[in-house]
Design a protein around this ligand. Sequence first.
Ligand SMILES: Cc1ncc(C[n+]2csc(CCOP(=O)(O)OP(=O)(O)O)c2C)c(N)n1
Ligand code: SF4
Length: 282
Amino acid sequence: MEIGDYGEYETAWCPGCGNFPILDAVKSAMAGAGIAPHEVLFVSGIGQAAKAPHYLNVNFFNGLHGRAIPVATGAKLANPELKVIVESGDGCTYGEGGNHFLAALRRNLDLTLIVHDNQIYGLTKGQASPTSDEGFVTKAQPEGVCQEPFHPLATAVVLHGGFVARSFSGMPDHMTEMIRLGIAHKGFSLIDILQPCVSFNKVNTFGWYKKRCYELLEEYDPTDWESAMKTAMEWGEKIPVGVLYKNDRPDYAARLSVLQDGPLVGRKPDPGIVGQILSRYA
Ligand SMILES: Cc1ncc(C[n+]2csc(CCOP(=O)(O)OP(=O)(O)O)c2C)c(N)n1
Ligand code: SF4
């Protein structure tokens, strides 16, 4: 596959937005993995990040704010042949969609979740998001955010997420590699990508992240849960990027008895049985 196979579209993003390099990295990762546009389904919610699949020549479903994961879950359970990728913002995924994020981690369904984490609500013009740092001042929080930020990677590790990684929009090759590995992982994968919002987040800029992000050393062992917990809580002057945690526990579909007779998409409904069920409600 070539990068051009995924199309080139006009976007509604601000010039210089951290979303652009992520879009390029998604295309590079898919091209590198040889995934054809018809083999993949992108699902997103609402927000600037959630528009990313609009700019790809792929199948996509744009759902409600925070509700991308349930749609993706249904699609994947119905048709396991599909590569299903959820791509949305930090507000959409960890705020409105927070409970679905927790359920996805526990289920370990074979989905890839790419989060554009700009620590702000970009589309609605700059309110604090769940990942905004304490003290972060916005028009809606003029005295600064007065609560602890949500830690998506630590939450993913504590729930034994299948594949838990972080990257930064200023590191194109690193992002591509994390997305490639996440897609290849059998089970749930989270790739949280630090994505500067140049219009509304004047604190967590490209320079801010560049100064802080460091790549995990080669000898770092992502299967060591305790050290992954410690690494996932690291945030501030130093921010680790890479695969923080990984395990190969069975995915949800492998444990769901109803799917053991084959995928739902290939089954023919029996009108007799459907009629019997419906007659109970007549
Ligand atoms: C149920 C619901 N609540 C609130 C909104 C308003 N809304 C639209 S986008 C958004 C936040 C988007 O932030 P994020 O997911 O971080 O994405 P970004 O725009 O920063 O990429 C909100 C609150 C909505 N559309 N639907
Ligand atoms: S508002 Fe922020 S996140 Fe949205 S397109 Fe502009 S720079 Fe990007």
